[in-house]
Design a protein around this ligand. Structure first.
Ligand code: IMP
Length: 201
């Protein structure tokens, strides 16, 4: 059975392909399929965006489709930047600008109140319209200065207390064991395994 991953990001696609290797599904990205539109992420929640992307592509391709949406949720900012994580300091914001804005908004907030989490929601849509949703979370604290050179986005500000390191101070393999995306993907793999078994029987 084919599975479309609603992403144009090659790294995400490869990571997903590896984790799903044992399901026997044939995994393809949206760039492998001609003339698919970009789905606008205008939802108010990660789930809304993930569902919209998965359903749109599943209907257009007639194939099982997995889509994700993720971002950073900061408690002291009432959940911001949330679904606006990529565009926190403006439409074409760079990660450096977003990190600067986050530090600025938290400048008067003491360490113990700087709790935050990365959230990743994955939606699996069948062409029939049935959707399953799973979620992964990684808990942490927003540091007061940038630390580390690995990763991307908010990684240099996201401290994982049990490890004493930010995501950007971890080797990619270490982050990929505990990240919100890895946790969501493990859960999605379980759902997909069940769907693949059902198809075979
Ligand atoms: P996307 O939904 O995976 O494209 O992520 C949206 C935005 O959330 C990214 O542009 C980043 O700003 C932020 N983000 C999501 N996951 C991570 C992560 O693992 N590290 C750092 N930033 C992330």
């Amino acid at each position: 059975m084919d599975l479309v991953i609603a992403t144009k990001n090659r790294n995400k696609l490869e990571e997903i392909r590896q984790i799903l290797a044992e399901t026997g599904l044939k995994v393809m990205g949206t760039t492998d399929i001609q003339s698919l539109p970009d789905v606008v992420e205008d939802g108010l929640s990660f789930e809304e965006n993930a569902r919209k992307k998965a359903l749109t592509i599943a209907k257009l391709t007639g194939r099982l489709t997995l889509a994700d949406d993720s971002g950073l949720v900061v408690d002291a900012l009432n959940g911001r930047p949330g679904v606006l994580s990529a565009r926190y300091s403006g439409e074409n914001a760079t990660p450096a600008e977003n990190n600067r804005k986050l530090l600025d908004e938290l400048k008067d907030v003491p360490m113990k109140k700087r709790t935050a989490r990365f959230v990743c929601v994955m939606a699996l849509a069948r062409p029939s319209g049935k959707v399953s949703v799973v979620e992964g979370r990684a808990e942490g604290i927003i540091t007061s200065e940038l630390r580390g050179g690995e990763g991307f986005g908010y990684d240099p500000l996201f401290l994982v207390p049990e490890k004493g390191k930010t995501f950007a101070e971890m080797a990619p393999a270490e982050k990929n064991r505990i990240s919100h995306r890895a946790i969501a993907l493990q859960k999605a793999a379980e759902v997909l395994g069940a769907v693949a078994r059902q198809e075979k029987s």
